[in-house]
Design a protein around this ligand. Structure first.
Ligand code: PMP
Length: 305
């Protein structure tokens, strides 16, 4: 039986529970200070093969462990255990559809923001249709945020922790207030960094260009996938610092992430962008890969069933 999202099973501290029975105390450092690190892991259903594929699990777990290490959250699980928890909870829900699986390590107990444990985990599959509205749009009108992206020497954007999403929230809420779908942040040096939950690419003279990791961006798995797919298709890729004015003269641009896939930008600060051609080709190539139809990249997929 497939469970409704409000009543689905989640993996919580080693057990499979109905989500409403999975409770965290209000004094836990994760509740009070956002002391957690997490991954959003995409899984794609292949109807023909009757199979659900988790995408680049190994890389998501590498990043989870790195994020935990950077803010000194002890990760008590190895990659085999992390994988088993994900597979168990998806299978228990009998999901046969595209998912984003939230896998979170958090500090439980009654300590302060400096507490070093206890570390616990939950794993919650979310059907794709239930993710944020901007993730399900065909094209986006974006603004450059008046807020700066978090910076390496304050709260590094390389760490995928709950607290970093307060900065994302600033940008996203401001964009919505002003009639845009979402935003692009500049970094502390005024150069282009990323979206609130996605990485930025532009197309210029048939090449794709994206900021470097040292320009204040998350080490995104979709960004890496796009770069590899582009090179495989013979499209040149540049990883370099991008100026603000380049946003307004780009031929095409898109945001990308596990939840958003590749979503073209229709305009930036109301400067219209060109038709998404290369962006669209790359998106199609991406969908072939994540759904197991392109066998060249089959090693990136883990079978759930
Ligand atoms: N940047 C930020 C700030 C994000 O939250 C995300 C989503 N995880 C991304 C980029 C894209 O990362 P990924 O491709 O690994 O989902």
């Amino acid at each position: 039986m497939k469970y409704e999202v409000s009543n689905r099973l989640i993996w919580f501290k080693g057990e499979l529970l109905h989500v409403s029975d999975a409770k965290i105390n209000v004094l836990a450092p994760t509740s009070q200070f956002g002391l957690n690190v997490f991954e959003g892991i995409p899984c794609y259903w292949n109807e023909e093969m009757q199979q659900l594929f988790a995408f680049r699990l190994e890389d998501h777990y590498e990043r989870l462990i790195r994020s935990a290490r950077l803010i000194q959250i002890d990760c008590p699980y190895n990659k085999t255990e992390l994988t088993k928890a994900l597979v168990d909870v998806v299978v228990a829900n009998e999901y046969k559809e595209n998912l984003s699986v939230r896998q979170t390590l958090f500090i439980d107990g009654f300590g302060s923001w400096g507490a070093d444990g206890p570390t616990e985990m939950f794993v919650a599959p979310i059907p794709r249709g239930k993710t944020s509205a901007e993730y399900n749009k065909k094209g986006l009108h974006v603004c450059v945020s008046s807020w700066k992206r978090v910076s390496e020497n304050a709260l590094s954007p390389r760490i995928k922790c709950g607290a970093n999403y307060i900065n994302s929230r600033y940008g996203q809420r401001e964009a919505l207030r002003n009639g845009y779908d979402t935003c692009v942040f500049l970094n502390e040096y005024g150069k282009v960094s990323e979206g609130p939950g996605s990485c930025f690419f532009m197309v210029r003279n048939n090449r794709i260009v994206t900021p470097k990791f040292t320009d204040a961006v998350l080490e995104s798995i979709t960004r890496d996938t796009v770069i590899r797919l582009a090179r495989n298709l013979g499209i040149e890729v540049e990883e370099r610092t991008i100026d603000r004015t380049e946003l307004y003269t780009a031929d095409e641009a898109f945001l990308c992430g596990s939840a958003m896939e590749l979503t073209p930008l229709l305009s930036i600060d109301r400067y219209d962008l060109g038709e998404a051609k290369i962006s669209q080709n790359l998106h199609e190539a991406y969908l072939e890969v994540v759904s197991g139809k392109n066998k060249t990249f089959i090693d990136w997929l883990t079978k759930i069933y």
